[in-house]
Write a protein that binds this ligand. Structure first.
Ligand code: MF3
Ligand code: CO
Ligand code: CO
Length: 258
């Protein structure tokens, strides 16, 4: 069953998503060469707490970290640990928080200090693919229209989409119906309606689309060892343009007079 959100739900879900977007921005600003992923996750835990939110990941199916931090060939669900971040690495940061009874889920891949042109192009194409997907999140369209928009853009740019993991509805729980694949799957052809809240999240591999899970039971890596990138927003389908819910909070800035 797909759960539509009404204005009262959205009064709580908008702030939840804004916190997720803000924390993601804070984490990506914090990341620099020399840090371990554990230090990044500890910083994330502090920021989530300071916002009065809770990690939606910690404890989910026994997931042991506050965020997902996936480096280079790691696709998603990377576990924080002793791995040190080096200049030129790319790291996918996925943040999910509970706040006011709702979940906000958002991710982006960033370079550690800087990166090569091939890695940058992978990140650019993945981010753009996310916006192609968002633009297709219109009432009357189907989930497959989002999937097709993402897949077409990614493949036209010579990269491949991951098939084993998909986007999803999101609300009071992190994973609601429908699934939102990044490839056209005829099984995922539900009609989109105003009030749906979807986590659209292309996972894009520089090489082949195949992935495997490491022995830790969580970390998803590319089979060919090449780079992967991941961008995600929680989006509200409206009668008009889709509303991107996981944008960072914009604090009203006040002029200091005198
Ligand atoms: N946030 C991920 C998603 O986009 C799911 C994380 S699963 C967890 O769907 F186990 F790591 F929490
Ligand atoms: Co996520
Ligand atoms: Co998600």
């Amino acid at each position: 069953m797909i759960i539509l959100k009404n204005e009262r739900d959205l009064d709580a879900m908008r702030p939840a998503c804004a916190v997720a977007g803000t924390v993601l921005e804070e984490i990506t600003a914090f990341i620099k060469p020399g840090l371990t992923t554990r230090e990044v996750d500890e910083f994330a835990a502090k920021r989530i707490k300071q916002h009065g939110a809770k990690s939606a990941f910690l404890g989910y199916r026994n997931y042991p970290c506050h965020t997902c931090l996936s480096v280079n060939e790691e696709v998603v669900h990377g576990l924080a640990g002793d791995r040190e971040l080096h200049f030129g690495d790319i790291v996918s940061v996925d943040v999910g928080v509970f706040y006011k009874g709702f979940v906000g889920d958002t991710a982006r891949t960033v370079a550690v200090g800087g990166c090569g042109v091939a890695a940058q192009r992978l990140m650019d194409v993945t981010e753009h693919a996310l916006y192609e997907g968002i633009a297709a999140a219109l009432p009357g369209n189907r989930v497959t229209d989002i999937s097709r928009a993402v897949q077409t853009y990614v493949e036209a740019n010579g990269f491949s989409v991951v098939r084993e993991f998909v986007g999803h509805g999101v609300g009071r729980s992190m994973h609601e119906e429908p699934q939102v694949p990044n490839f056209v799957d005829p099984k995922s052809n539900q009609k989109l309606r105003s009030g749906m809240t979807l986590a659209i999240e292309p996972m894009v591999n520089a090489g082949q689309s195949g992935v495997k899970i490491l022995k830790d039971g969580w970390t998803v890596v590319t089979q060919d060892g090449l780079l992967s990138a991941h961008f995600e927003h929680t989006v509200l389908v409206t009668e008009g343009e889709p509303e991107i819910l996981t944008c960072p909070e914009t604090k009203p800035s006040r002029l200091k007079v005198g």
